[in-house]
Ligand binder design. Structure first.
Ligand code: NAP
Length: 293
């Protein structure tokens, strides 16, 4: 790669987040090969100039950098550690951007290193609208040198990537933030349910909440979905929030922290999934909280 040439990118995982993120790289002039297990989700990128391939190995072949936006650590292993894909990994950098646990990320780093490649973790806060407009908050677990090298690419996703520390630290911070997503949304949903159940005006509830120290912007984002009961077209599906809660519980246990407060929300999310809302927006937890069971 010459000093000025943009790195050649292999983009693996073009689901809800990966698709708009890959579009951002294409719009910034990166040459990109894309792979997704379900072919129909990657096809739209062809119109923007991506080369669509049938296997992760083909995507990784001669790439300078491999961006992963896959569901979880098992998906990462399946995609990049098959014999064929692993062979192609040497001398590129794997940038892992999904939400996985810190120890999972360190395990992936070890295997990537053993395959002769470099590893950077860069989980993101924000959802589809932020991915589409390059306004994600990108948290990076890497060395300062890796951070400097890959910042121009990461800036396509969010203008101000943050170096958090070595691999594992950004994954930890991402889980700490997602703990707030589930706790705050669950707390708001229950309060809204209480208010509605007793016929107290939702407008008055919101007016008083907005004037207090308890208010959070995320409540405003989720209120319309909770009031309408329309949880379709998710930004962030319930099944991924349950995955994150399990990662948070495991990580807290490793740290010796008492996370029993989160167990109740785990039950609510599990019930939401059993009620057929795994692919719905996670605000569907309100539907579970307010449904008689
Ligand atoms: N959505 C959000 O708002 C958001 C925000 C920040 C972070 N995240 C995190 O970012 C990651 C991706 O999220 P997303 O919302 O884009 O999820 P998604 O739409 O469910 O996409 C998941 C991707 O992983 C692939 N995948 C899953 N299991 C696989 C396997 N066993 N083998 C090969 N590929 C597999 C899927 O392929 P198929 O298409 O074939 O299923 C798809 O490409 C997750 O870790 C999520 O927690 C999401």
């Amino acid at each position: 790669m010459s000093e000025t040439a943009k790195p050649k990118v292999a983009f693996l995982g073009t689901g809800l987040m990966g698709q708009p993120m890959a579009e951002r790289l294409l719009a910034q002039g990166y040459s990109l090969r894309a792979y997704n297990r379900s072919r129909e989700k990657v096809e739209p990128l062809k119109a923007s100039g991506a080369e669509i391939v049938d296997s992760p190995g083909e995507a990784i072949h001669q790439a300078d950098c491999v961006v992963l936006m896959l569901a979880d650590a098992p998906a990462i292993r399946e995609v990049i550690f098959s014999e064929a894909a692993r062979r192609e990994l040497s001398s590129c950098t794997v940038i892992q951007m999904g939400t996985i646990g810190p120890s999972e990320s360190q395990d992936v780093e070890r295997e990537v290193d053993a395959a002769g490649a470099d590893y950077v973790e860069a989980p993101v806060l924000g959802s589809i609208p932020q991915a589409e407009t390059g306004r994600l908050i990108v948290m990076v677990g890497a060395s300062p040198e890796q951070f400097e090298q890959w910042s121009p690419l990461l800036q396509c996703f969010g203008s101000d990537p943050h170096l958090i520390g070595p691999v594992g630290k950004a994954a930890t911070l991402k889980l700490a933030l997602n703990q707030l997503i589930v706790s705050m949304t669950g707390g708001f949903a229950l309060s809204l349910g209480i208010v509605q159940h007793e016929g107290v005006s939702v407008d008055q509830f919101m007016e008083i909440l907005r004037g207090s120290a308890l208010h959070a912007p995320t409540f405003e984002k989720k209120l319309p979905q909770m009031l309408s009961g329309d949880f379709a077209n998710p930004n962030f599906p319930t099944r991924h929030l349950l995955k994150d809660v399990d990662l948070i519980l495991d990580t807290a246990e490793e740290m010796g922290l008492d996370a029993s407060g989160l167990m109740g929300m785990r039950k609510v999310l599990e019930k939401t999934i059993l009620r057929g809302l795994a692919d719905a927006d996670y605000s569907a937890l309100f539907d579970t909280i307010t449904s008689e069971s």
